[in-house]
Each structure stands twice: as C-alpha cells, then as structure tokens.
Design a binder for this molecule. Structure first.
Ligand SMILES: Nc1nc2c(ncn2[C@@H]2O[C@H](COP(=O)(O)OP(=O)(O)O)[C@@H](O)[C@H]2O)c(=O)[nH]1
Ligand SMILES: [Mg+2]
Ligand SMILES: [Zn+2]
Length: 356
C-alpha cells in the first residue's frame, strides 16, 4: 500500500528527518490491542510492541502510541516490529477520564472528526457541541453525520436540519441512511484521498454500518435490532483504521460507554443516558440498582459493560438528583433524621466506652 494512501505527507516526513531516525522504517498504527499495535506501511502489516525503556519513560497515556500515530519501527521479521519512537502528532483527539488526571487518547493525526447522531438513540444538540469541543481542542475540523434518516418523515428531517444549521452555521452536515442508501455518495465524495476521518458518537448510531458501506463490504460487525427495544444493540468492536478505495482513511470507534467518560459535565450526562437505558429494563420499576434481582445495571456491572467507577458515579449522582428533587421540607426532615442518627451513634459509642 502506498504511504500516501496511509496518510503520510510532508509534515511527517520533515519530522522524520529532523528526528534523525536513520534507516528505521516508518509505519502507521491502525489498531491497538492490549499493548500490541497493528502497524501498516508500504511493505506490509506488522504487529508491534514498544520497548521497556519507552514504557519506563512514559508518564501519561499520551506518551504511548495510539491509533493514527506514525511510528519509527525496527522490523524483527516479516510480522513483528519494535516501535522505536512516535513521530510528532499533527492532531490528537483525547478526553479526560473520570479521574481528572486520566487522559484517554482516542486517535491521532486526524483531519476531520465525523460526529454521528441518529434519531433512535440520543439525538441531542448539546452532545454535538461537546464532541466539537473535543475535536477543536485537538485542532481538528468537525462535520456532522445525521444517520438513520429513514426513521423519520422528510418534514421532520428538514426541521432538524434547520435546527442544526441555526445552531452550528459553520459545520457541514451530511444526512445518511444505511437502510435506503441515502447520502452515502455524498459522504464518499466528502472523504478525500490521504486524509483521515474519525467516526465519533454513541453506541448504536451506526458508525460501523456506515463504514461498512464505505468499504462496500461487511467488514465490521454491527449491532442487531434487538433487546434494547427498537434501539440498535451495540456490538463491541475495537478502535480500528480502515482504508477506502478512493484513498480515504476512516477510523471506527467503540461507543461512548467503551470510550469511557469525558470531562465531568458531558461524561456524567452520557453515562447517565447509557445507564438509564439499561435501567429501563430492570425487573422492578423502582429498582435502586443496589441488590435487586433482575437488575440490568448490576448485570452490566457484572459483565464488565460498565465498570465499578461508572457504577458508583451513577449511584452517587442518582442520590444527588433524588435529593435535589425532594421538597425543602423533605430535605429538612432527612437532614434532621441524619442528625439524630449521628447523635445517637455518638451516644452509643460513649456508652460503649464508659461500660468497658
Ligand atoms: N434504520 C436504520 N438502522 C440503522 C442505520 N444504520 C445503522 N442501523 C442499525 O443500527 C444498529 C447499530 O449500528 P452499528 O453500526 O453497530 O452502530 P455503532 O455502534 O455506531 O457502530 C444496527 O442494528 C444497524 O443495523 C440506518 O441508517 N437506519
Ligand atoms: Mg460499531
Ligand atoms: Zn436495577
């Protein structure tokens, strides 16, 4: 495969020269799996690892290679390489984790971020804005893909498009349907040779389906319409780069839940949406998701769909929201009871100490 079609250009070449990388080859990271990287260059495809020294010197996630990176490599054989260095990144998409110190690198050297929403999922203008912020921060242009337009009548679509244009006049919008092949040609034309496009959006909006259409084959597994009522069920695929016939490069991403949370505001919101969807299917309508049988939230926690931190965050937040929703009288009552409880506990302790 030609380096140009992998996205290589003067920017990376001049940095390669500056870094005096000698006769190391360069390749692009197309996928990552537990510390191993898939790397592609004009000679072929390799599995790469970083050196112990690199690991030792890494202080944050950003010091590790990510999908999209150009790296200098030393080939061990036809299949394996050692990553020697990461070439300076042109752009980066990253988000803060639940712990503010934790940063997740989603992808690097991206030209355009496609922000995808669909009407059956969590269509929301604010969500677009949050994604724009993530892209902007990394110096990346955003474009909107409005998918699944087959699900709403044309008048409603026009209404939505007007709404988006009013709010974000400078952003390109492509509306698509994988079901009746609407907008796919437009999307193809939008994608330029040698440029890299990252697909971002919640699980189930149709990122993988769209990429399959662009590839003109069913490469990536997609969700079936099933248990999440009429919502597409999400199938976990890892983050991976795909190469289109016209020379364009696209990166598929797992949904929000897998990507984890962004900065606190958006993060909690998204997490809330995701878990709220799960909670709808709990056996009991008033499920507290603490111990009840048939609790979908707990089973998601058990299966690793959500992690302990996210679960705790949700439970705490829910308590807060519930407290907030209480009337002032109820709050005072609750606080008074809590005060009584503290007082009683202290007295019990005193008695206990005096007696023994
Ligand atoms: N009605 C409709 N369903 C779609 C469309 N695109 C994708 N889907 C369905 O939505 C579900 C989720 O799609 P998928 O590509 O896995 O979403 P991803 O999680 O964003 O990668 C699948 O069941 C798809 O068949 C579309 O344009 N219209
Ligand atoms: Mg997918
Ligand atoms: Zn529950």
């Amino acid at each position: 495969m030609e380096m140009e079609n992998l996205g290589y250009n003067d920017f990376f070449e001049s940095n390669r020269k500056k870094l005096n990388l000698g006769d190391f080859s360069v390749g692009r990271i197309t996928a990552e799996h537990r510390g191993s990287y898939k790397i592609k260059n004009e000679k072929g495809e390799y599995l790469g690892k970083i050196t112990g020294k690199q690991m030792f010197n890494a202080s944050t996630r950003e010091d590790y290679p990510a999908v999209g990176d150009w790296v200098a490599i030393k080939e061990l054989n036809e299949e394996q390489t050692i990553i020697q260095a990461i070439l300076p990144r042109k752009t980066i998409i990253k988000r803060k984790g639940i712990n503010k110190s934790e940063v997740q690198v989603i992808a690097t050297n991206i030209d355009v971020a496609f922000i995808i929403e669909s009407f059956d999922r969590d269509y929301n203008l604010n969500r677009f804005e949050r994604y724009f912020a993530i892209a902007n921060e990394g110096g990346i242009k955003s474009a909107i893909i409005l998918n699944k337009i087959d699900l709403i009548p044309k008048e409603e679509l026009d209404e939505k498009l007007k709404e988006i244009k009013n709010r974000f006049p400078e952003i390109d919008i492509i509306s698509t349907s994988v079901i009746n092949n609407k907008g796919l040609d437009e999307l193809k034309k939008y994608i330029e040779k040698g440029k890299t496009y990252c697909f971002l959006g919640s699980s189930g909006v149709g990122k993988s389906s769209l990429i399959n259409k662009l590839l003109e084959k069913d490469f990536i597994k997609t969700g079936d319409i099933s248990s999440y009522s009429h919502r597409g069920k999400h199938i976990t695929t890892s983050r991976e780069m795909y190469f289109l016939d016209n020379g364009g490069i696209v990166i598929d991403n797992p949904g929000m839940r897998e990507v984890g949370m962004a900065d606190t505001d958006s993060g909690i919101d998204n997490l809330f949406d995701e878990i709220t969807i799960l909670a709808k299917d709990c056996k009991y309508a008033d499920c507290t998701h603490a111990h009840e049988p048939g609790c979908e939230v707990l089973s998601a926690l058990k299966s690793g769909k959500i992690n302990e931190k996210q679960y705790q965050n949700y439970v705490n937040l829910k308590k807060e929201v519930e407290y907030y929703k209480m009337t002032n009288l109820e709050k005072r009552e609750k606080d008074k009871q809590f005060g009584k409880f503290i007082k009683k506990t202290k007295e019990d302790l005193k008695r206990y100490k005096n007696n023994y």
